[in-house]
Design a protein around this ligand. Structure first.
Ligand SMILES: Nc1ncnc2c1ncn2[C@@H]1O[C@H](COP(=O)(O)OP(=O)(O)OP(=O)(O)O)[C@@H](O)[C@H]1O
Ligand SMILES: [Mg+2]
Length: 503
């Protein structure tokens, strides 16, 4: 269906794709894996006409084609869903799908007919999308399905999905994969970029592995294993389990009592109480949207508290500014790195000092201390293996995973007393996951209190010393992550009771 031949693409002095060739067979699901910055998004953006290759050829159904822009790609039946969605929040599903596809004057569109055909398409694949719903009211999973519909509405035969499951809950991933399988049955071809090797094994027919801008392996999924893939991706053996000793908790660092927070859709947290001690990782397990985001943001000072108290070493902080809380030793790795974590147009140095740019040792109050900034940036780049290692690069030109490593590095370098972490390894490659997990445990062992939220049940159970389960804004129980089963936790996450006794 699609053949890429000897594609090379450079950005300045970075070679994103170096003589890349691959074949995507019709009617298959083809996975592309590789480290952050390996060139996965770039090669697929070239196929979609979002970037133009410096050299190389593209063939569709055996014929040479010239893809100058996404418009050309769409005309050839190629669709793409990007790593970050591109939907307009305040418009309806139908408007998002139609506008841009039809062109011309929006007033001349037959909305009834358009919405009907969207609904028909949605029903055919059982996507459950309502064309009249507003995007901002949809869950992330539903928005994803809108992006799929958008491509299908434009009659895509080949769909490129860039890390489509990074933001989905486990249940949503399962539903999503069933949709992809139905699409394959209809003869569609799918390319999926992902860091999750279980997913590669579960969904794909073929796998292409990229490293440093090159293709380093092509295998049939049925003939490989997670360990083999991990080795090909990173170029060495990777520890796929978290290794840690028992926690040695000290004094309570964070005490939250009776905390209630109002969110966008009413009460997000109702009367939550818990403590985090120095030297322990407390994990929060829950399906996204049950109050965990609001909990972290309220402690960080990003959203106001309705009632209740938040104490850091016994001192009430719930009315303090974000800056004041940072000064008291609270670090925050936010889940939405584009909205909260980075200044995308600023370079790595500016991003490395974000939050501490106004005070010693970074600033004298009047002047920025450039040697301190340089040193700190260099340390983060080295310790967190940020690629390319160029302090003057704008944050937006880093690959998704490298942006995440930059935020994590910055917060770790500040040696926080309390670290709030949301989805620390979302979009991060397996080598970096191993690294981030080790760093989190080292921080814990150095006495930091860590509060961790992750949609990956495996990640929270592997890292947490204690696990609180949240459901509809309340804690429904605490479990010992060493003994509780995924089924037990999963049941609590959906509001089912924790089972008492032996069965
Ligand atoms: N628009 C751009 N400007 C400058 N450099 C870029 C741009 N897009 C990508 N790069 C660089 O090209 C290389 C490949 O990036 P790409 O986004 O393709 O990686 P990736 O494999 O998708 O990584 P990730 O898993 O983190 O998403 C990286 O070094 C990246 O910094
Ligand atoms: Mg990418």
């Amino acid at each position: 269906m699609l053949e890429l031949k000897n594609i090379t693409k450079t950005f300045g002095n970075v070679t994103a794709n170096n003589d890349v060739s691959m074949k995507i067979e019709k009617g298959t699901i083809h996975a592309i894996v590789g480290e952050n910055g390996a060139g996965k998004s770039t090669i697929m953006r070239i196929a979609y006409g979002f970037y133009r290759a410096d050299s190389g050829e593209i063939l569709v159904d055996g014929k040479h084609v010239n893809i100058r822009n996404p418009h050309d790609a769409i005309a050839l039946g190629i669709g793409m869903v990007h790593q970050h969605f591109m939907l307009v929040d305040t418009m309806t599903v139908g408007e998002n799908i139609i506008l841009g596809a039809e062109g011309g004057n929006p007033a001349s569109i037959d909305w009834k007919k358009a919405n009907d055909s969207i609904l028909a398409l949605s029903n055919e694949l059982r996507l459950g999308v309502n064309p009249k719903a507003l995007i901002e009211d949809l869950s992330v999973g539903a928005q994803q399905r809108v992006e799929l519909l958008k491509a299908l509405y434009r009659e895509a035969k080949l769909l490129i999905l860039d890390e489509p499951t990074a933001v989905l809950t486990p249940q949503e991933v399962e539903d999503f994969f069933n949709i992809l399988r139905r699409m394959r049955e209809q003869g569609k071809t799918i390319v999926i970029i992902t860091h999750k090797l279980e997913e590669v094994l579960a969904i794909s027919d073929d796998v292409t592995v990229m490293r440093d801008g090159k293709v380093v392996g092509n295998v049939k999924t049925a003939e490989t294993t997670k360990e083999d893939l991990a080795r090909m991706i990173v170029g060495r053996d990777v520890l796929l389990r978290v290794e840690k000793t028992d926690a040695n908790p000290g004094d309570a660092v964070l005490s939250v009592e009776n905390l209630s927070v109002t969110g966008k859709h009413g009460e997000a947290l109702s009367g939550v109480s818990f403590k985090v001690q120095g030297g322990e990782i407390v994990g929060i397990a829950g399906i996204e949207g049950n109050g965990q985001t609001e909990l972290i943001e309220a402690i960080a000072g990003l959203i106001p508290v309705e009632s209740g108290s938040i104490k850091l070493y016994g001192r009430e902080i719930s009315k303090l500014s974000v800056r004041k809380r940072t000064e008291l030793g609270i670090g925050h790795i936010p889940e939405d790195r584009h909205r909260r974590g980075l200044l995308l147009n600023s370079d790595l140095e500016e991003n490395a000092i974000l939050g501490v740019h106004y005070r010693a040792p970074v600033s004298s109050g009047v002047f920025l201390n450039s040697s301190v900034i340089e040193k700190r940036t260099r340390e983060i780049i080295e310790n967190f293996d940020i690629r390319p290692p160029n302090p003057q690069l704008a944050a937006k030109s880093l690959s998704g995973g490298n942006q995440q490593k930059l935020i994590i590095g910055r917060e770790f370098e500040l040696n926080p007393k309390l670290l709030l972490v949301s989805q620390p390894t979302r979009g991060v490659d397996i080598g970096a996951i191993e690294f981030i997990h080790r760093k989190l445990i080292a921080l814990r062992d150095a006495g930091t209190a860590v509060l961790l939220v992750s949609a990956e049940l495996e990640e929270v159970t592997a890292l947490a010393d204690r696990l609180l389960v949240i459901y509809k804004g309340k804690f429904v129980g605490e479990v010992d992550p060493k003994v509780a089963s995924n089924e037990e936790i999963g049941l609590m996450m959906t509001g089912g009771k924790k089972q008492q006794g032996g069965n």
